[in-house]
Write a protein that binds this ligand. Structure first.
Ligand SMILES: O=P(O)(O)OC[C@H]1O[C@H](OP(=O)(O)OP(=O)(O)O)[C@H](O)[C@@H]1O
Ligand SMILES: Nc1ncnc2[nH]cnc12
Length: 291
């Protein structure tokens, strides 16, 4: 039996919340099922956890899903994977933490899904099944949780993985003086600037940036120039779409270097925040829609 040690202190009373899948249920009205063991916190409250191999729970609300993604329907809007037994298990392993990281935010925590190898593998398989024959050469994953789902998908479909990172994380040592001298000596003035910029990108690992807003703040995303070539068919992957600001920033970065963003894919969509609308006509595929 797997249990969870909870290391945060938001639960002030031992009987406040029971976390399970996408539901938060008051323990006052709930008797823990026999498969659930209390996780003890020394000197603190006792809370109960399921998931991580405890099996698919049926005693809580499972998200509702809309139309099934057609296997051959490239670029179909509004796609949510349904009619698949794997979705229920994936959904049941996602934990919701109220008021994290700010009051009022219901944080969808996929780390509990990672504790269940079956659910984690199922989520990867669902994406791979959708993208394996789509001629995708780039999987771009958004830091941090897009780094969890992106690489196994990229490996399975034979694509390269490109990290879309938080600011000042991508190495980008500048060789500007060297390249400057080289091209000033060997190029006439009309070509000088173009060659100069191109050489800096390749040699120094130059990055381009986009600022964006989130459900709970703002951030900057960066990408290495040269990681993606113009025209490459690209999939953008992240764990979750809320307001859509993150995916829009990723799309903008990729399109600035000429990539063809074929689709965005997430495990979870929060449809109330209407992030899908901000993507315009860019297709979005999700496994779970959480209202
Ligand atoms: O649709 P949006 O409103 O843009 O929000 C979605 C983004 O928010 C979360 O990441 P977060 O920025 O919290 O970063 P983290 O993964 O590094 O914690 C999530 O993993 C998405 O990347
Ligand atoms: N409610 C939420 N849960 C997890 N990640 C998020 N990113 C933005 N909103 C989020």
């Amino acid at each position: 039996m797997n249990t969870l040690k909870i290391s945060f202190t938001v639960l002030k009373k031992p009987t406040t919340y029971f976390f399970s899948g996408n539901s938060v249920i008051s323990l006052k009205s709930l008797t823990p099922p026999s498969s659930v063991k209390p996780a003890s916190i020394s000197g603190g409250p006792r809370v109960y956890s399921t998931f991580a191999g405890a099996g698919v729970r049926t005693d809580f609300k499972v998200n509702s899903y809309s139309n099934m993604a057609e296997p051959d329907s490239d670029h179909k809007q509004g796609d949510v994977a349904v009619k698949d037994d794997r979705i229920a298990r994936i959904s049941s392993t996602i934990r919701v933490i109220p008021d994290f990281p700010k009051p009022g935010i219901m944080f969808q925590d996929i780390t509990t899904m990672l504790l269940d190898p079956v659910a984690f593998k199922d989520s990867i398989d669902l994406f791979v099944e959708r993208y394996k024959d789509k001629d995708i050469s780039v999987v771009a994953g958004v830091e941090a949780r897009g780094f969890i789902f992106g690489p196994p998908i990229a490996l399975a479909i034979g694509a390269k993985f490109v990290p879309m990172r938080k600011p000042n994380k991508l190495p980008g040592i500048s060789f500007l003086p060297l390249t400057s001298v080289t091209f000033f000596q060997f190029n006439n003035s009309s070509h000088r600037i173009i060659c100069y910029v191109m050489s800096c990108h390749v040699i120094s690992g130059a990055v381009i940036s986009e600022e964006y807003s989130l459900e709970y703040g703002s951030d900057i995303m960066e990408m290495h120039v040269g990681a993606v070539e113009a025209g490459e068919r690209t999939l953008v992957i992240d764990d979750l779409i809320a307001t859509g600001g993150t995916l829009v920033a990723a799309i903008n970065l990729l399109e600035r270097v000429g990539a063809n963003v074929v689709e965005c894919a997430c495990v979870i969509e929060l449809p109330d925040l209407k992030g899908r609308d901000r993507l315009g006509d860019k297709p979005l595929f999700v496994l779970i829609s959480s209202t």
